[in-house]
Design a binder for this molecule. Structure first.
Ligand code: DGL
Length: 266
């Protein structure tokens, strides 16, 4: 089992930011990544659809021998984490709880902003995660769906991106938040724009915390891989336009081993 891969899935290739962190923290682990590019975006779809897609994605990773699964997609984690956990015999880690714990550690005034897709924000998953760890914080959510397309377009420092960010984030300044949770795979790439608008507050990108959590879980279960040099296999449900260029932006290294697969629907 120790040589089996860690399975990671996302709605697309944004979750490669989480892969990047896991590869940095656990360079000897084999990783199988599934990006459901054919059914992207998840952030604007219904709860039922995302639960179904998430279960199918997890099933695919299990068929590849995954010893642990990471849901790198915030929209999926928001609505499907518990159901996927109940359906699988291996540990399943989402991206919301680790970020919430980090935000609680960083905030001084306990006023926290959360940005994400519409599904993530309206699901109330972040509020639930704060309650779960018994922390009383004022949580202010803002759905920022346009950021996803702007990042996919590569408009990381485009004036249009700045204007849209100003519209979305401007009101947070009056709320006096001191910490903001980046609740979407794509948002860490817009960090510079956020900093320009929000200034010196705490920005939480959960990818690092997720990596640490995966490492702890593998240690606890004695499932670490001892051998040198882990492989990364990337499966996508569609090889969409510019996927390689955009994917490498998220992954921070060349995408070498990738292929298209068709998922078995129910
Ligand atoms: N991966 C999604 C998330 O983190 C963003 C893209 C989408 O809407 O599918 O919420």
């Amino acid at each position: 089992m120790n040589n089996n891969p860690i399975g990671i899935f996302d709605s697309g290739i944004g979750g490669l930011t989480v892969v990047k962190e896991i590869r940095r923290i656990l360079p000897n682990e084999n990783i199988v990544y599934l990006g459901d590019t054919a059914r992207l975006p998840y952030g604007t779809k219904s709860v039922d659809a995302i639960i179904q897609f998430s279960l199918e994605n997890a099933e695919f990773l299990i068929s590849r021998g995954a010893k642990l699964i990471v849901i790198a997609c915030y929209s999926s984690t928001s609505v499907a984490l518990e159901i996927v956990q109940k359906n699988l015999a291996v540990p399943v880690i989402g991206v919301i709880q680790p970020g919430v714990e980090k935000a609680v550690e960083l905030t001084k005034n306990r006023k926290i902003g959360v940005i994400g897709t519409s599904l993530t924000i309206y699901s109330g998953a972040y509020e639930k995660a704060f309650r779960k760890i018994g922390e009383r914080c004022e949580v202010l959510g803002k759905a920022c769906p346009l950021f996803v397309s702007l990042v996919e377009e590569g408009w990381l420092d485009h004036p249009a991106t700045e204007r849209i960010a100003q519209t979305y984030l401007g009101p947070f300044k009056e709320d006096n938040i001191d910490t903001i949770l980046l609740g979407c795979t794509h948002f860490p790439l817009l960090m510079q724009v956020f900093q320009k608008i929000m200034g010196k507050i705490n920005y939480v990108d959960a990818a690092r915390e997720v990596g640490t959590m995966v490492a702890e879980e593998l240690r606890k279960l004695d499932l670490e891989r001892g051998e040198q040099g882990g492989d990364l296999a990337i499966y996508l449900t569609d090889l969409s336009m510019n996927f390689k260029e955009i994917g490498e932006r998220f992954l921070g290294e060349p995408m070498r081993n990738f292929s298209r697969i068709t998922l078995k629907g129910k």
